[in-house]
Design a protein around this ligand. Structure first.
Ligand code: PMM
Length: 274
C-alpha cells in the first residue's frame, strides 16, 4: 500500500504532494514502483494539527482518487469521515481506511456496510481529542487485540460483513516507542485474530531513534533522524510484518520494502527447492 498524502502538514512527507496533479503523479510513481494499492488521504493525524473541514478534505482527496482510479489503479481512501468515504467510493476508490476504526463518525459503519468494500479498522484510543495523550497499557498487544475485537463486534452488529474487515494495530497512534516495539514483536497475535492485517510503521518516529543512528539508547528522547532517512528501517519492519503474516504494509517508499520482501522470498524459494 503506497501512501499518497494530499496534506500540507503530514509528518512524513511534509506537504510535498499537496497539489492534486503532483499527488496523482506521485501515486502513479508508487504504482509503477510496485504498489498494489494507493492510499489517498487529505487529513493529517500529526499531533496538534487542525482538522480540515469536510469540504476541504473532499477538495483535496477527490481529484486525486478520480485521477488514479481512472488510470485503473486500486485506490483506498484514508478518511475518518463517512461523507468523504462515500464520495471517494463514487469517484472510484475501492477500499476505505479509517484510522479511527469507525469511531470518529457514527455514520461510517453504514456507508461501509452499504458499499461492501474492504474496511481497514485501525486501533487508536485518542482520536484527535488530546494530542498529548499519555497512553498506558499493561500488555499493549493483548489490549490492542481486545480493543480491535470490540470494534469488530460493533461493526458486524452495524451490518458490515466480516469479509470486509481488515485490522490495523495503529503504530504510533496512542502508543509510544516502547509500545510500538512490543507490538511489532507481537504482531503474530494480531494476525491470529483471523482477519487480514495492515501494518503502518513507515517513517514513524520510533524508527528515527535507532541507537546506532542517534548514538543514544533506543527509548531516550534523542533527536530523531528525519522521516526520509527511515526507509531502510521501514523495509525491515515490512519484512517482519510479512513474516508475521500481515496482508499489507502501508509505506511511503515502495522500492526498499519490495527489496526486503524479495530477499525473504528468495530464501523461501531455495528452501522449498531443496
Ligand atoms: N498511519 C498514518 C495515516 N494513516 N492508516 C493506517 N491504516 N495505518 C497507519 O498506520 C496510518 C494510516 C499516519 O502516517 P502518515 O502521516 O505518514 O500518513
Amino acid at each position: 500500500m503506497g501512501v499518497v498524502n494530499v496534506t500540507p502538514d503530514s509528518f512524513s512527507d511534509g506537504g510535498r504532494w499537496f497539489e492534486a496533479d503532483a499527488a496523482a503523479e506521485h501515486g502513479r510513481a508508487l504504482a509503477a514502483a510496485g504498489a498494489d494499492l494507493l492510499d489517498v488521504g487529505g487529513e493529517s493525524t500529526r499531533p496538534g494539527s487542525a482538522r480540515p473541514s469536510a469540504e476541504e478534505e473532499l477538495a483535496r482527496v477527490l481529484p486525486v482518487v478520480t485521477a488514479l482510479a481512472s488510470d485503473g489503479l486500486v485506490v483506498s481512501v484514508d478518511t475518518m469521515r463517512a461523507e468523504v468515504a462515500r464520495a471517494a467510493l463514487v469517484a472510484g476508490a475501492r477500499v476505505v481506511n479509517d484510522v479511527s476504526g469507525g469511531l470518529a463518525d457514527p455514520r461510517m459503519p453504514e456507508v461501509v456496510a452499504a458499499s461492501g468494500v474492504p474496511f481497514v479498522v485501525m486501533h487508536w484510543r485518542g482520536l484527535l481529542s488530546d494530542p498529548h495523550e499519555q497512553p498506558h497499557y499493561e500488555d499493549v498487544t493483548g489490549e490492542v487485540c481486545r480493543e480491535l475485537t470490540a470494534r469488530v463486534e460493533v461493526l458486524l452488529a452495524a451490518g458490515v460483513g466480516e469479509d470486509q474487515l481488515v485490522l490495523d494495530p495503529g503504530f504510533g497512534f496512542s502508543k509510544d516507542a516502547a509500545h510500538n516495539w512490543e507490538l511489532l514483536g507481537g504482531l503474530a497475535q494480531v494476525v491470529a485474530l483471523g482477519l487480514p492485517v495492515v501494518v503502518g510503521t513507515s517513517r514513524k518516529r520510533f524508527l528515527g531513534r535507532l541507537p546506532q543512528r542517534t548514538g543514544a539508547a533506543p527509548l531516550t528522547d534523542a533527536e530523531p533522524t528525519p522521516p526520509t532517512a527511515r526507509d531502510a528501517a521501514t523495509a525491515a519492519t515490512s519484512l517482519l510484518a510479512a513474516q508475521a503474516g500481515a496482508w499489507a504494509v502501508r509505506v511511503h517508499e515502495v522500492g526498499p520494502t519490495l527489496d526486503a520482501l524479495a530477499v525473504w522470498e528468495q530464501t523461501q524459494r531455495w528452501r522449498r527447492a531443496r
